[in-house]
Design a protein around this ligand. Structure first.
Ligand code: ZN
Length: 351
């Protein structure tokens, strides 16, 4: 391995740490959220619902919307099948290419997962039944995303989106951030200028993919929101607008080491603003957790229970979904995405 290669790998690792995507808060924890259930609270007076929307101008009808120039993703839509060396997986190699081509994503299964992903403590998932079940779920979940959604994640320095289906070693199951001893779940591979999402396809976790996969894809989506916010005038999303929907005085600890039980207890009155306590760590996890929970309900895998969500949290969700509309070219989107439909039910308008 050349010196340059080592330096670029180290740089990529450092970026991975910055873009920490947690596993610990996802999937199976959905039922154990510390968000108290019960009656809704009043809207927070310090943060009126209309604050962020009124701060953002309505785009002119003839203004060129969503002018972020996209990188060409056409090759990802016409992928050749890459066959690995496991004969029993022949059909799944073909499906991975077919599903990937449909959405413009490269899907790596079993022995096609590259070594640099395995070097983080992941293991290949080669069980034909589990690989098939995983692809079934991936296909179903990606099918809920609007047409062309993933093409719009290729802009600026990002030239691709890769999805790795792996198995994790049991010792790595509980990690909450990137590092040399833990697994990356989502991040970007700066050595290749690509987004990636790494999904655990162990038996028990496949059924929670409708939380985990949208959670990780929300991390990727966040980069577009942030890029658009930084490079285009008048965009709805900004970290300031997002923070304005949090309780007055609340500051994300950012460092998961600092998000101790003691801190959570001190902030317990803020929990109604978050989908769970882990979401209080930083705004990226906050948004990803919201989308994970919302997606799971929107995709019919958990109950759309209005009592599960407090209004301040729903206000943030509603703002986030409007930010998506604002930052993406939605010309081929349905009138209402599954997330918007679900939110409508949660806010009491869709029953
Ligand atoms: Zn995360």
């Amino acid at each position: 391995m050349s010196y340059k290669r080592i330096v670029s790998l180290i740089a990529a690792l450092l970026l991975l740490i910055l873009l920490a995507a947690c596993k610990g808060s996802e999937g199976g924890n959905a039922a154990n959220s510390p968000v108290p259930s019960g009656a809704w609270t009043e809207k927070p007076t310090a943060v009126p619902e209309t604050q962020a929307p009124t701060a953002a101008p309505t785009p002119e009808p003839n203004m060129a919307p969503h002018s972020v120039s996209l990188n060409d993703n056409s090759a990802a839509h016409s992928q050749e099948v890459r066959y690995g060396g496991i004969e029993e997986l022949r059909e799944q190699y073909e499906r991975a290419a077919e599903i990937g081509s449909r959405h413009g994503i490269y899907i790596y299964i079993a022995d096609l997962v590259p070594n640099w992903i395995l070097a983080h403590g992941n293991e290949t998932q080669c069980d034909p039944a589990l690989v098939k079940r995983s692809l079934d779920q991936v296909e179903r979940i990606l099918g809920y995303y609007p047409e062309g959604y993933f093409d719009q994640l290729l802009f600026d320095e990002f030239y691709g989106l890769d999805l790795y289906l792996v198995a994790y070693s049991s010792v790595a199951m509980g990690y909450t951030s990137f590092g040399p001893e833990v697994d990356p779940v989502g991040g970007m591979d700066m050595s290749r200028m690509r987004h990636f999402v790494c999904i655990d396809c162990e038996d028990l976790l496949i059924d929670t993919l409708s939380n985990t996969l949208p959670h990780e894809l929300a991390h990727v989506t966040d980069r577009r929101l942030q890029y658009v916010s930084e490079h285009e005038e008048g965009r709805l999303f900004s970290e300031e607008a997002w923070n304005a929907l949090n309780p007055e005085g609340f500051v994300y600890p950012y460092d998961d080491e600092e998000l101790t039980n003691e801190i959570i207890e001190q902030h317990v009155e803020y929990l109604e603003y978050f989908s769970n306590s882990y979401a209080m760590q930083n705004p990226l996890e906050d948004r990803a957790n919201l989308m994970g929970y919302l997606s799971r309900a929107a995709m019919g895998d958990s109950e759309l229970d209005p009592d599960r969500y407090f209004e301040p949290c729903l206000i943030k969700t509603e703002f986030y979904l409007r930010c998506l509309r604002d930052a993406f070219d939605t010309s081929s989107w349905p009138e209402k995405t599954v997330w918007e439909q679900a939110l409508e039910v949660l806010m009491g308008g869709g029953n």
